[in-house]
Design a protein around this ligand. Sequence first.
Ligand code: SAM
Length: 450
Amino acid sequence: MPAPRFAQASEVPGLAARRIAADILDGVLQKRRMLDDQLEGPAAHPGLKTLSDRDRALMRRLVATILRRLGTLEGLLAKLLDRGVPTDAPRAKSALLIGAAQILWMDVPDHAAVDLSVRLVQSDRRAAKYAGLVNAVLRRCAREGQPLVEELAAGTPDVPQWLLARWSEHYGAETTRAIAHAISHEPSLDLTVKSDPAHWAARLHGEVLPTGTVRTLLQGSVRMLPGFDEGQWWVQDAAAALPARLFGDIAGKSVADLCAAPGGKTAQLAAAGARVTAIDRSPARVARLRENLARLSLKVETGVADAAEWRGDATAEFDAVLIDAPCASTGTIRRHPDVAWLKQESDIGALAAVQNRLLKKAASLLRPGGTLVYCTCSLEPEEGEQAIAALLDAESSMRRQPIDPAEVAGLAEIVTTDGALRTLPCHLPHSDPRLAGLDGFYAARLVKSL
Ligand SMILES: C[S@@+](CC[C@H](N)C(=O)[O-])C[C@H]1O[C@@H](n2cnc3c(N)ncnc32)[C@H](O)[C@@H]1O
């Protein structure tokens, strides 16, 4: 089989980036592969290596923008195409999505966006016959697209119906609209720093949030930013940085982090002076955790295991246990827009069973008086409120220790009446909307009786 063609010396600048974007988009939408797996690690798209840093950043942004606004784009194409999107040539659809996203939301001249999409279909055997159609539709999009998009926005098209229905039931219609609005925007880059957030905010052209996270609008590869090589900070959404803080002063205490990879919360605990044992079921993800902690010069014990089976009938030995459980991840859609289209409602029940097993195990690992923090990056009550209610019903030795808003920078809106943490993408408003928002997290703190 001939080697795949990614870029040729004579190829028009920018075309390779669009072709790789189309491949990755097809990977998510047709082959149901996670976006991150196609961007990094052993299964990453092989063509990424041939792109410059600038083109790679543009390609990532393009794919993320399309996935974030997929419902709007599909609605728009339905309005612009009398006979619908061609179904016999998938590349024609990806070329239309890629062209329209650049015209509507990216800093690419319209004529270049149209030209590159036409070339994209011309270079595909099945789609070549649609070059004229792609040209005409994208030119119309440049002329008429913006008002059509505004019309479509009234229907909240970028969140799948099943999620909208669940969120409306749990959070109400108004909050659901605010969540949908928040996740339609590109998020900021959030960093947890080892020390001196004000210094790093100045160096990274960002600001320090009330919770201590450094938030910046810088784009491109984080590896190129000051402080990365020196291990002074790590990428972590501001909401994801909150659960590990709920242990309070953890210095010198033994902590089992049961779902630890890639290690954001492990790093917080180790940086705060805890003696951490970090467990994760995935060998590849534990390898990444080890790499991350080595860059940060933080020492922890690591292991690969199903945490629910780890150490058999474990003795109660840890001062603290953290479970950042696997979940449907619906709170992270603004950073991982593929989640909206890859997850299904049936995933939630299956994951709830794993969460319950992990919670029972955590209770058995804790010494009397020890503290458990459970969290998920999910907006679904089964993976948060209901998981904790089930544990409290089943384990009489565990009781809730309510979280006080003062522990989370006084942000009362993110603490529930029963003392759990519940962040939403529409929280933490900001005068510059590009600097607003949080990932959706649930966290509860429990204590084992003496
Ligand atoms: C939400 S991620 C953890 C993120 C991590 N705590 C951080 O802050 O970087 C959930 C992790 O749980 C792991 N996992 C899933 N099921 C597990 C199990 N039964 N035992 C241990 N780890 C598990 C997954 O491999 C994944 O790395």
